[in-house]
Design a binder for this molecule. Sequence first.
Ligand code: SIN
Length: 517
Amino acid sequence: MKVPAYDYVVLGSGIAGLTFALHAAGHGRVLVLCKTALSDTNTAQAQGGIAAVLDPADSFEQHVQDTLEAGAGLCDEAAVRHMVQEAPTAIRWLQGMAVAFDEAETGEMELGLEGGHSHHRIVHVKDHTGRSIQQALEQAVLQHPNVSVWEHQMGIELLTDSSSTGTFCYGVQVLDTHTRELRSLQAQAVVLATGGSGRVYQYTTNPSIATGDGLAMAARAGAAIRNMEFFQFHPTALNQPGEEVFLISEALRGAGAELVLPDGSHFMHLYHPLESLAPRDIVARAVLSEIQRHQSPCLYLDVRHLPAGQVRQNFTSIYHKCSTMGIDVEQQLIPIVPAAHYQCGGVQTDLNGRTSINRLYAIGEVACTGVHGANRLASNSLLEGVVFARNAAAHVASLSASEKIWVAPDAPVHCFGSLTEDILLDVNDLRIRLQRLMWERVGIVRTKEGMENCLAALAKLQIEVDTIRERAGDHQEVLELQNLMTVASCILRASLERKENVGGHFVEETAVISLPL
Ligand code: SIN
């Protein structure tokens, strides 16, 4: 395939990647690379919504304070203030892209409530906000003459060089996972919008693509990474053992759902005055602790007291999912367990998405802009994706001609070696062992001994992963495993370095049972 020249290469097609593409396309040619299909993103699965101050009775200051409080004192306040102030503009831009947020009878946007928010301020499209945003942005991108989309392209390594002014990124090496062609793409700026890394854990709300590829590439290239100890666990994933995890949105609790014990009694008042709507880290630990205390496989959400038809009308995906499992939510409790949900840390950036490597940008969940601190406030993540993607697009436009480089692209080479069934089995086995290790040792509640034990176990796993990489060559499954190992190491090392319990990082000094590896 002949490769035309692009000014900006974006890895990832969720809200951040597509927002960047649509803005940057005003001043350059943009190539969006998708690891699988264009619509296979974390964004498409987001149920909740986007937080923004739109009610005159609300204020920027309250949204800022709620975000800082959830972040447990570790947010970058300037970044938080910037994001909160930009939120109404971000929402208007999305509406301009044809995202039809739900409206109340007054004709104003309907504002929902989620944990940690002191005011109703979540705009949403029923309980499939992310999917509606994804579809709208895809339409716009596919129609834009300056944006190209390539599916089934996995970034492998960033192309970097060093000069007296520091390290700079001039492109990315990419694997076409269908044709198995490997090519080096060069660009004026490379933008990581690859999302999170929930698949490093045994149980996660994240889709299978969330293997931390962008974070791992940036880490290997030497970019500054921060706050990786703060992985957010969502307290309410549907308990359906053996199935893909399905999220029960916090918006359901915002609408009145209550967390209850197996006997139907309330317990959250014992943990926080905001009860079922306390900050997410507190709720997740409370749920885990009660599961253990009651030796129950799960706890429950109770929506039976809500007006008849409310869940069916306003939470269509959740209602449908529960129905297919034989749960009549108006009569029965919804079984829930916690699951890994959001990477609060990531590749360190400034307000323009700039990383510590020149001309490498990071936006969305892969980035650590500082707005989430030790624990993300619900529905701030889609917002962060839009606000900082817009900033990054404005910033790349300001790269001066003398800073820009252009070199003719290399011809692609074909990767040899096939992924035999034996290798695939080994890869899957290693991945399961890694995910279990991370869940047990560096999960919702950690111990020092467990984390130290994990360090040794990860080192042993790494030897096996390296051997597989040598045997198999460049295949998506192997590369993802390698990236998950890098992410695991970042989370573990950051957790060992963090000396105090704060936000999503909680160390309890009790021994854990050794896991056979
Ligand atoms: C949810 O709908 O509960 C998730 C929303 C979020 O993670 O912000």
